[in-house]
Each structure stands twice: as structure tokens, then as C-alpha cells.
Design a protein. Structure first.
Length: 98
């Protein structure tokens, strides 16, 4: 098995029954401007059925993480990002414990 490390999920495209998930890596961090530069690093391509199975597994893992966090205290902060101009998307950010 081959391990693949990515820093961030970038985007998802679906076409003709195939889903493409694009991931990126951090290229540069500008602390003065508080900006992070990302570059594409990997693409995962799945048939639709496999993608739907993947999503189910991720949802289960998310629920488990959130329930563990509820038990441990409030280390998750809710923020809101704009998915599109008219559709807000909720995002959870986990604080680092290092």
C-alpha cells in the first residue's frame, strides 16, 4: 500500500459516473500577510459507487470525532465560509492541542 500525505482538500468534480477529488499541499506561509499558498499535489479518482461508500465512512468518522470532542470538552469552534454567493457552508475547525 502506498501512503499519500496532503495538507488540504481543494475541490471535487463529477463527470460520467466518476468522481475526482483534488488535494493540495502548502507551498508557502506568509506570516506577515497571514496567507497560505497552496499547490495541487494529488488527485483521487473513484467510480460513483466507491465515492458514495467513501462518503458514508467519512460521515461515520466525523460523527465519532464530534462525539469524542463533546465528551472531552469544547475544542471545536464553528465558523461560516461562503460556499457560493447565496449558499453558506458550515465548517468546523479543530484547535490544536500541541
Amino acid at each position: 500500500m502506498k501512503d499519500l500525505y496532503v495538507d488540504r482538500f481543494l475541490k471535487c468534480n463529477m463527470s460520467q459516473g466518476v468522481v475526482r477529488l483534488d488535494f493540495g499541499r502548502v507551498e508557502n506561509i506568509d506570516h506577515e500577510k497571514n496567507e497560505v499558498s497552496m499547490s495541487p499535489s494529488a488527485r483521487l479518482i473513484l467510480p460513483m459507487e466507491s465515492f458514495l461508500h467513501f462518503v458514508e465512512q467519512v460521515e461515520r468518522m466525523r460523527e465519532k470525532i464530534l462525539s469524542q470532542d463533546d465528551d472531552a470538552g469544547s475544542s471545536i469552534i464553528e465558523t461560516s465560509d461562503e460556499q457560493s454567493d447565496d449558499q453558506p457552508k458550515k465548517k468546523k475547525t479543530i484547535k490544536s492541542v500541541h
